[in-house]
Design a protein around this ligand. Sequence first.
Ligand code: NAD
Length: 395
Amino acid sequence: MNAAQSLSYEFFAPGRIVFGWGRRAETGTLAASLGRRAFIVCGSRTLFATGVFDELTQFLDEAGVQSVQLATVSREPEVDDVDAVVNSLREHDAGDGDLLLAVGGGSAIDLAKAAAALATNRHGESVVDFLEGVGRGLKIERPPLPLMAMPTTSGTGSEATKNAVISSYDPPFKKSLRSEMLVPNIVLVDPELSVSVPATVTAHTGMDAITQLIESYISNRAQPIPQALCISGLKLAVPSIVAAVEEGQLRGPRENMAHASLLSGMALANSGLGMAHGVAAALGVHCRVPHGLACAVMLPVAMRVNREVRTRELAELGRLFTGETLTDDADAADAAIETIETIGRRIGIPTRLSEIGVQAEQLPALVTSSRGNSMSGNPRELSDTELLDRLKGML
Ligand code: NAD
């Protein structure tokens, strides 16, 4: 936003956010405010092994909420996963007095968001009918079943967004179901739940949060409140991500990353994203690259692509990251990009597309599949030819 533009904006966020180390102890009382029977979508088998799942069902039981284990998903959700969970909800006759409880990463939260919406919106046969750009264009018309989201990865911010990302590999697409009604009714972030996340997943998901904060900050739909959230989130995430990866048992870095991830979700839900996320969706569907890793690989390139049209904003980030005065904007913008590259090297993020399994013949399909809601937020237009050349340069 420049000084000549008048100030006019809207801001959208979840109605209730509860954040704090150990606050999963409030799961039962919070869930009881939404319903008496909780269908649980779990995002990792580790949550069973560590006793977290049993602990949560005990909290629910103590609050008089019956729990039903509905699904466990440890990969990014596909069309069939959503349709199966919706069928299961129908078999249980889910309706008034019921809620969904998603405990897991973005995959579990998105699966629960989509299923909660389709359970009450029966005018389509499959979630495909509602997905942007690929389906019949059906809209979510009725409020979904109530949803409480408890993120266990620090990356997607899906707990605070109004979309659910659903993949298909045949035909290949990765698209969103989107409606303001999809935002969870209650967000309960207990950063302690992320302590069991392996270092590699911590690295990838953490870079997803950082990518979201940077892309929202410079997006062509950037707005004042999300931009303030982006600065807040980056102040925490950039100095914390290496410690979260290398010393994952530490409370401070885990708290900082969980908070930054939540802020990144609020930012992207209002401001959109950009090129890194556009290409990341394509890398997910054509090359099965995990979402966070794809964002991490693409972020430095996306920053360079936008450097000329967002020099001032990237310079602000460069000063924030380095703590230095850096009077020249161009130097400060470069410092922002170099900081991200340095973090990437330290936490093992590849720089070449070939290192994440991309082959030259896949590049045209990657270009086509990069077009979507995320890419539309990029600060400047990229022609197919330019995007193809950029990706070729990364092989
Ligand atoms: P994820 O949910 O797929 O989790 C990554 C891995 O970590 C999985 O194997 C999972 O089982 C494991 N895991 C999760 N919690 C754990 C824990 N506490 N301990 C041990 N292991 C654990 O990954 P993610 O990056 O959180 O989510 C990715 C998905 O979210 C993608 O489909 C992406 O497109 C989507 N996404 C959605 C939004 C949105 O706004 N809806 C935003 C960004 C990304």
